[in-house]
Design a binder for this molecule. Sequence first.
Ligand code: HPA
Length: 265
Amino acid sequence: MKPASDTIVEALNGLAPRIALVLGSGLGGLVDAVEDPVRIPYGELDGFPPSGVSGHAGEVVAGRIGGKPVLLLSGRVHYYEKGNAAAMRPVLEVLKGIGIETLILTNAAGSLREDLEPGSVMLIEDHINFSGTNPLIGEERDARFVGMTSAYNAALRTAIEVAAAKEEIGIDKGVYMWFSGPSFETPAEIRMARTMGADAVGMSTVPEVIIGRFLGLRCAACSVITNYGAGMTGGELSHTETKDMAPVGGKKLQAILTRAIGDMA
Ligand code: HPA
């Protein structure tokens, strides 16, 4: 099999995206916003791990959004699938290799705040890595000591906020806490997360931001809130609920990101 970067560059046929997006659970709708899409299943890309999670398609979709060349990763691999926090590293290295400079991540998340309702969008300002692991464990070069003080790029965050205002869509801001999953949190863990200063909880994104910063990519991330955290309402949580609710906020996020990307220099 030839290197994934060659396969992608050939398929792009001259298109040179500098922006890549990672689409979270049930957020595949953003693919519909891509003009003249080129689709490459992960199976045709050397080193791209197949995602075993329903709601994740597992393909690269490239084209234009708002006139700008973009590359979407529809489907990601999670730490909880095989216990490998660095599962997305080969993918992100390939993106870096083909000239991607900006990485925008999306995810579905549980809310820890009553005023952050399911169906809303939260711009991630910072994160708490509560997984106990790190995707750079085993990396031997000094580059592993990645500064995370401004992991979520300020200019990108502003661009996303401005885009939301132009689209007249409310966007919240907050701290995302990474739990390993795949089981959902307990009510006690949710109370702890709130006390520790988190606004939302989820099972992805943080390792990708760490790898992204390691690779020198500008990172931004948004959560689509699919539910309140465990114990905040009466009911039990489920992945079905995540998949059913994600498109609600997903539509808002699609409009915001389409505008933000179109306006990017
Ligand atoms: N917890 C963790 N991950 C999630 C949740 C949640 O409540 N909702 C969607 N992804």
